[in-house]
Design a protein around this ligand. Structure first.
Ligand code: MG
Length: 162
């Protein structure tokens, strides 16, 4: 099985008042934050699901159920570190990741460098193996009305010994 594999991940969280907005492990000044059992970091959740999918290890909910109080309010970057350990136990390492945030606001460009650093540190890869970008939906749909945010991630993984 000496080959590269691909995984994709998708996640959505609702935007509410009274929650911090955490994206890629960065706290971003914004009047609304994402609602969820953990810190609801939609970028990191999509990435975790893509990595688990590439390794045929299921999904985030299977490994970190939201019925488990240990994960209440947890930093999703910590979950990402655990996901990387899980694929390493199966003989895989992250190749690269390309993540797209879908959000009407705020502009994340000023925070992308720090997000990519957080994510690459958690994945134990070089920062040039991680790309985070964003798009709006031109006001259309639940992301366009700022009811929520979505994120897509695509990754490759490679055997540790290659
Ligand atoms: Mg999620």
């Amino acid at each position: 099985m000496n080959t590269i594999r691909i995984g994709c991940g998708y996640d959505v969280h609702r935007l509410v008042s009274g929650r911090a907005l955490i994206l890629g492990g960065v706290k971003i000044p914004h009047p609304y934050g994402l609602l969820g059992h953990s810190d609801a970091d939609v970028i990191t959740h999509a990435l975790c699901d893509a990595i688990l999918g590439a390794a045929a290890l299921g999904d985030l909910g299977r490994h970190f159920p939201d019925s488990d109080s240990r994960y209440a309010g947890i930093s999703s970057i910590k979950l990402l570190e655990e996901v990387i350990q899980k694929i390493a136990s199966s003989g895989w390492k992250l190749g690269n990741a390309d993540i797209t945030l879908v959000a009407q606001s705020p502009k994340i460009a000023p925070f992308v460098t720090e997000m990519e650093k957080n994510v690459s540190d958690a994945c134990k890869v070089s920062v040039d193996q991680i790309n985070i970008k964003a798009t709006t939906t031109e006001g259309l749909g639940f992301t366009g009305t700022s009811e929520g945010m979505a994120a897509y991630a695509v990754v490759t993984i490679a055997p540790v010994r290659s």
